[in-house]
Design a protein around this ligand. Structure first.
Ligand code: 5AD
Ligand code: SF4
Length: 445
């Protein structure tokens, strides 16, 4: 009997890549993917635990999915990912219809685990120090971009973060397996590779460090761009900067999480750099790659963050001048070090701080995007925008969403677009209706 699998993914790109890994594993075991939960006999939810909000949303979604079990009791409902690892048996206590709880290190055995879960509730949350899945072939989604996890886990233990507890210790894939995956993706027609890891630039396999891996991947034919996320500032070696600058396929964009612009907050977060060190690093990066676009992650309302600390973050963001930023309200995660610390910033004040940073960043992003007007950007074509099929989009080398009127371009082409207008989230080619913001924002949804 053919088996039908429905999978839903929450959270970061690592999870997107892990879902492709699970699809690969289950595809080999005879499962076919379906697009609707009511057509499936196995429903998997790949979850995130980074903030409480993520878990709340997933609880809501699990509640909805349990109705498929009421109608068809044979359906297996599985929860995978970081929230599964974080809550373990508590997840089944809270949602008794869940048949399988599988953490990020249990995916190799997924077909067997599903069989076990048909008989009784099954928990697979043992973490591994060695599992990298480097030898497994993921079933990648169509498109121009292939995610390649090059390392797993994290050893940094930032005090706010649950990741080291749910994804375990840092370990890198053998370089040969990474490069084989890149070649395989190129042969499948993917044009962009995104190397993934919680601290992706901490990659090391023997003599092959992150810089060497970039250099070797850069030689693989068929690939137009190689990006990576997320690096840790303290692992951003001179060698890595030199390799980025030297590899023509590595575009001039870097996501470099700052988290806070206050040294005392950074110290309590255990980020192991000061603002000055971070800015010195940015200086080096900009000297090596003039005009590089930077983006970042910021947390507001960390325990003990004073008004002065917050102003320091505001000022640092202004000085550094990011093209874009992901800004989050601090969310205590039980299990992470800071969860036991007294929260000193109330919800209202967190809202005030995040709103201010988002507004200021929006203005800054708009100015940055406007500075592209009248210049030509190189775009890797991804496809039609959702609302206006005659307008297509892709990412520029600065990783900005770029919308252009479609003529004969094909998905995967590298094209030149002359920028005529800008929004805070995109740049628009000539002939795109700049007033039609909805179409542009839609691309990002
Ligand atoms: N609360 C808020 N934001 C967090 N992040 C990680 N943990 C938390 C937390 N407990 C943010 C960091 C990280 C990004 C992926 O999520 O900014 O870089
Ligand atoms: Fe979390 Fe810090 Fe590791 Fe990033 S580096 S995954 S924020 S502990």
């Amino acid at each position: 009997m053919e088996r039908r699998l429905y999978i839903e993914t929450y959270g970061c790109q690592m999870n997107v890549a892990d879902s492709e890994l699970m699809l690969g594993q289950l595809g080999r075991a005879g499962y076919r993917r379906v697009e609707r939960a009511d057509e499936a006999d196995v429903i998997l939810v790949n979850t995130c635990a980074i903030r409480e909000h993520a878990e709340q949303r997933i609880y809501g979604r699990l509640g909805e999915l349990t109705r498929h079990k009421l109608r068809r009791p044979g359906v297996v409902l599985g929860v995978a990912g970081c929230m599964a690892q974080h809550l373990r048996a508590k997840l089944i206590e809270r949602v008794p219809q869940v048949d399988l709880v599988v953490g990020p290190d249990g995916y190799r055995r997924l077909p067997e685990l599903i069989e076990e879960a048909r008989a009784e509730p099954t928990l697979a949350v043992r973490s591994s120090r060695v599992e990298t899945y480097g030898d497994l072939v993921p079933a990648r989604a169509d498109g121009v971009r292939a995610w390649v996890s090059i390392m797993r886990g994290c050893d940094k233990f930032c005090t706010f973060c649950i990741v080291p507890y749910v994804r375990g210790r840092e370990r890198s894939l053998p370089a040969g397996e990474v490069l084989r995956q890149v070649e395989h993706a190129a042969a499948e027609g993917f044009r962009e590779i995104v190397f993934l890891g919680q601290t992706v630039n901490a990659y090391r396999d023997g003599d092959v460090d992150f810089a060497e891996l970039l250099t070797r991947a850069n030689r693989i034919e068929g690939i137009a761009r190689i990006r990576f996320t997320s690096p840790h500032p303290s692992d951003m070696s001179d060698r890595a900067i030199e390799a980025m600058a030297a590899c023509e396929k590595v575009p001039p964009h870097l996501h470099l999480p700052l988290q806070s612009g206050s040294d005392s907050v950074l110290a309590r977060m255990r980020r192991i750099y000061t603002v000055e060190e971070y800015e010195r690093l940015v200086g080096k990066i900009r000297r090596a790659m003039p005009g590089i676009a930077l983006s970042t992650d910021i947390i507001v309302g960390f325990p003990g963050e004073t008004g002065e600390d917050f102003e320091a973050t505001r000022a640092a963001m202004e000085r550094i001048g990011y093209e874009s930023a992901f800004i989050f309200k601090y969310s205590p995660r039980p299990g992470a070090r800071s969860a036991d610390w007294l929260e000193t910033v109330d919800e209202e004040e967190k809202t005030r701080r995040i709103t201010l940073l988002i507004e200021e960043q929006k203005d800054r992003s708009l100015l940055k995007n406007q500075s592209d007007i009248d210049s030509t950007v190189e775009v890797l074509v991804e496809g039609a925008t959702r609302r206006t099929p005659s307008e297509w989009f892709g990412k520029s080398a600065h990783f900005k969403t770029t919308v252009f009127p479609h003529r004969a371009e094909r998905v995967g082409d590298l094209i030149s677009v002359r920028v005529a207008a800008a929004t805070p989230h995109a740049v628009l080619g000539e002939g795109v209706r700049a007033a039609n913001f909805a179409a542009v924002e839609d691309v990002l949804a």
